[in-house]
Design a protein around this ligand. Structure first.
Ligand SMILES: C[S@@+](CC[C@H](N)C(=O)[O-])C[C@H]1O[C@@H](n2cnc3c(N)ncnc32)[C@H](O)[C@@H]1O
Length: 483
């Protein structure tokens, strides 16, 4: 048995123990309550934290390759042809295909806006992408579908006709999202809904052109809206962040500053610009292999069913990080206005099916324990909001879900490597080394070896900064390579 296997065995038996004995007492851990009694909270907790994190890091080789940081935390999705069609902040770079030598057939079970399938198409390789967010899957499909010349002409004509089309068509029905009338100014809302109706009517007989123009419409909603995506959801433009707090902006003034005096023109110009840009980028379709890519809207939990017996040279994915951010919350305006969801129960179903990285996920599903994770949870500050909101269960669910996905990845690429891009988190005065735990559950899922490649240092959130001073080196964004 190699040393990794031994560690896995130890971790596994500890996990079993923890299942029956959730209150963990070990030499390494002094719980926060006993620290308080000693009146010496921080130094004691720090000592205990160090005693857990240090040996955890020693479990797997950790190599530094900061050159990869720019591909993991990718700015190019805002500027690169085709990738820039829909703002998806969490994307990584398709260049990882070359940097990590992913081979010719690649699986990405959390494919987001399609960085890997698009990158594979351009390189003449083939990829299979899966994503639960219907907007992510839809945008990837549109990017992967070259428009016929006739459709391109139809889109060009549509761009010219936008002003007339908006006056000709009735408004598309307002979605039942409770904040529908708050997320757009009244005049802007009118343009948004008329444009939607125009798209459906004009392209009734050309689905591909309809999808292309519809994606452009979805992509501009945030820009023409009175909201923007930030952190774990959306914020309103009538508030301005000033030194850590939000202040009201004067009604009438902020709209003028953002949209100018004519909101209809602002909308029409934004829509036309987006479509022009997408048409310009469409030259990318001239090279590579666009027919060899597949995208499934669904959950990575069912990936073996979705790939239906196919095998791959390698797997790469970046799951949602365990940071409480709910993708369906930040995309809720686009999900409702695009009719990807038509009721709150549709929206909740997506949240419940997602990886347990946020607190709206399904915590009724099973979650077994990892002993060192339980030790870290034992050190968490029980007065913190993270604790009260249920972060311990989030962590347990997260690694349970990751193991379930990794087990299927192992079968999907039986002779290949699996690359997981993850970031570590800090909650309630404790650092969770997600990369190490991913390596651990990867070994449990059937991989033989794990290597952690640190690509970037992450900062600790301001509210955790003081209490985690000295532990910054554990805040990493890494690629966990499982073989
Ligand atoms: C960090 S993003 C991936 C971004 C992607 N690498 C890219 O370059 O666009 C994580 C993705 O996981 C998706 N997701 C969350 N739960 C999922 C699940 N159970 N199955 C598949 N995808 C899921 C989210 O919708 C999100 O798009």
């Amino acid at each position: 048995m190699n040393s990794t296997h031994q560690l896995h065995e130890i971790a596994y038996s500890q996990a079993k123990e923890a299942q029956t004995n959730v209150v963990i007492q070990s030499d390494a851990v002094v719980g926060i309550e006993s620290c308080v009694k000693q009146g010496n909270v921080v130094p004691q907790v720090h000592k205990s934290l160090k005693n857990i994190l240090e040996p955890l890091d020693a479990n797997y080789p950790i190599e530094q390759c900061l050159d990869l940081g720019q591909f993991v935390h990718w700015r190019g999705n805002a500027t690169s042809p085709m990738h820039r069609w829909l703002r998806y902040r969490e994307a990584y770079s398709p260049e990882l295909i070359d940097k990590l030598q992913l081979g010719n057939r690649i699986l990405d079970p959390f494919s987001g806006c399609g960085s890997i399938p698009i990158g594979a198409a351009i390189r003449g390789k083939s990829a299979f992408g899966i994503d639960l967010n219907p907007i992510a899957a839809f945008s990837t499909k549109v990017k992967l579908t070259p428009l016929r010349p006739r459709s391109i002409r139809g889109v060009e004509k549509f761009i010219k006709d936008i002003p007339q089309l908006l006056s000709m068509h009735e408004r598309w029905p307002l979605p039942e999202l409770s904040i529908s009338e708050k997320v757009f100014e009244p005049e802007m809302l009118d343009s948004v809904l008329r444009a939607r109706a125009a798209i459906e009517r004009v392209f009734e007989r050309d689905q591909q052109a309809r999808d292309f123009v519809f994606l452009a419409w979805l992509a501009i909603l945030e820009g023409v809206g009175s909201y923007f995506k930030e952190g774990n959801g959306i914020k309103y433009r009538n508030k301005k962040r000033q030194k850590g707090k939000y202040e009201d902006r004067l009604d009438g003034e902020w709209q003028l500053a953002r949209f100018g005096p004519d909101q209809r023109s602002f909308f029409q110009e934004a829509f036309a610009r987006q479509l022009q840009m997408m048409l310009e980028d469409a030259v990318e379709w001239g090279i590579g292999s666009w027919d060899d890519q597949r995208v499934a809207e669904g959950s990575a939990f069912n990936l073996l069913d979705l790939i239906d017996g196919e095998t791959f040279d390698s797997v790469i994915f970046s799951p949602p990080y365990a940071n409480r951010f709910d993708y369906f919350e930040s995309f809720k305006v686009e999900l409702w206005f695009g009719n990807f969801v038509n009721s709150y129960s549709d929206l909740n179903a997506l949240r419940k099916a997602s990886l347990r990285s946020h607190l709206n996920a399904d915590f009724k599903r099973p979650a077994d324990n990892l002993a060192p994770l339980e030790e870290l949870i034992g050190l968490m500050d029980r007065d913190s909001s993270s604790w009260r909101m249920g972060v311990p269960d989030l962590m347990r669910g997260y690694f349970h879900d990751m193991r379930m996905v990794l087990r299927q990845c192992r079968q999907a690429a039986p002779n290949g490597r699996c690359h997981v891009v993850v970031g570590n988190s800090a909650f309630a005065g404790v650092i969770i080394p997600t990369d190490v735990f991913t390596a651990m559950v990867g070994i449990q899922a059937g991989f033989n070896r794990a290597t952690i490649v640190e690509t970037r240092h992450l900062t600790v959130a301001p509210q955790q900064r003081n209490r985690l001073r000295g532990f910054e080196k554990y805040m990493r964004e890494s690629i966990v390579i499982l073989e």
